[in-house]
Design a protein around this ligand. Structure first.
Ligand SMILES: Cc1ncc(COP(=O)(O)O)c(C=O)c1O
Length: 404
């Protein structure tokens, strides 16, 4: 469906490109993104938002453009609600550590969170005495809205925050954010969404979802590594403490006092990753001209191919709902006896297929189920083809039959 896009990605050009199926970790980058990064270093290597010479002015202009574009893409009320960070992890830490907490405040997450949306809350539990609670999913990993509503009701007036991943990196399962946010709001909680796995694959409208914060990861959206973002409602950002105070976070300072800058500057301390921001600018241009509904459809059609080959093979099972349409482009496989890293190395060396193995930073889910071997995860994106996922699945079946 997106075959013509393959030539935009250098690693997919040439005679025998590898089958890159680790997109949930990091997507490939189109030439325009690489070119934007090159042009920063070779043409305008200045710093944004500070100096007033030519290089810096050009960087500041592009940075401001980029902020506006991302704000529009997610339907933020104003571009000042968009904060550049180094990744989704930093964004989630900014929310967790920037808000004020009282002992006993309750934070709800699901049982399928990436460590980035678990560890900051566990840290607050250890350091500030908040009460972090987990809402368990249905047996097939779908979100249990009823259990969630009960957990909100049981938390009562102590419920302060609900922080959930929109789409799980473990299994590709999307949760009904809008419904969950409405329930959380009815119980007086703030809602933070980890959008790392949703923003590359679907249209996200933060107003329509009715949420308060959203973390996202630019390197999963065809942008540079070391780039992420945080969106927050301005009225909440205005009262949030910065976890990176320093240069550009204050309007002025004296020996004994300071005046904080308004968001987003308050949260962007120190010289930034300007090459990354210019690359982000190009990535947002690239992703904005793509129909994300069609991307989702394409990923599901590839997942149908992988899943139909793998679903009945002895010695393995796919994590999550049986219907691939409920797992987007992710096919994550548990093995009875084989180590997922061994298979991942074999796939790479024998078939030029790159996938992820291990616990995908969702250790809590594996540990909670007593699974100590992790899983093998193939994750497709717009440039992947049916031949690639077929190669992955067929090689995997052969490997499991040989090793199992
Ligand atoms: C669901 C989810 N949340 C958070 C993260 C962390 O993202 P980042 O590497 O941008 O910090 C990831 C990365 O894989 C993820 O999949």
């Amino acid at each position: 469906m997106f075959a013509d896009k393959r030539e935009d990605f250098p690693t997919l050009c040439g005679d025998n490109p590898p089958a890159y199926l680790d997109n949930a970790c990091m997507t490939l980058r189109p030439k325009t993104v690489i070119e934007a990064i090159r042009s920063y270093y070779e043409e305008t290597p200045g710093c944004g938002g500070r100096s007033v010479h030519r290089y810096a002015t050009e960087v500041s202009r592009k940075m401001s453009n980029c902020r506006t574009k991302i704000g529009k893409m997610f339907n933020a009320r104003e571009s000042g609600e968009m904060i550049f960070t180094k990744n989704a992890t930093h964004s989630l830490n900014q929310v967790a550590k920037g808000l004020s907490w009282e002992k006993g405040d309750i934070v709800l997450t699901s049982d399928r969170e990436h460590n980035s949306n678990l560890v900051p809350w566990l840290q607050l539990e250890q350091e500030k005495g908040i009460d972090h609670r987990v809402v368990h999913s249905m047996p097939d990993n779908s979100f249990d809205l009823e259990a969630f509503e009960t957990a909100c009701a049981e938390a009562g007036s102590k419920l302060k925050m609900v922080s959930l991943s929109h789409v799980g990196n473990l299994d590709g399962v999307a949760i009904p954010v809008k419904e969950a946010a409405k329930i959380a709001k009815d119980h007086g909680a703030m809602v933070c969404i980890d959008g790392a796995q949703s923003t590359p694959h679907m249209k996200v409208d933060v107003q329509d979802l009715g949420i308060d914060f959203m973390a996202f990861s630019i390197h999963k959206m065809m942008g540079p590594s070391g780039m992420g973002g945080l969106w927050g409602r301005m009225e909440l950002l205005e009262n949030m403490r910065s976890i990176t105070s320093g240069g550009s976070t204050v309007d002025t300072s004296h020996y004994d006092s300071l005046t904080w800058s308004k968001p987003p500057s308050r949260f962007e301390g120190g010289l930034g990753n300007y090459a990354g921001i210019l690359g982000t600018n190009a990535a947002i241009d690239y992703i904005s001209q793509i129909d994300l509904d069609a991307v989702h459809e394409h990923e599901v059609s590839l997942n149908r191919v992988m899943s139909s080959i793998l679903k009945d093979v002895d010695g393995m099972r796919i994590i999550g709902p049986e219907d691939p349409a409920k797992r987007g482009g992710i096919c994550s496989i548990l093995f009875d006896t084989i180590d997922s890293h061994d298979i991942a190395i074999l796939l790479d060396e024998a078939a030029d297929v790159m996938v992820r193995s291990g616990m995908h930073c969702v250790h809590s889910w594996f540990n909670g189920k007593g699974l100590d071997r992790g899983s093998l995860r193939a994750s497709a994106y717009l440039y992947n083809t049916e031949d690639e996922v077929r190669l992955f699945a067929e090689t995997l079946v052969e490997a499991v039959e040989a090793l199992g």
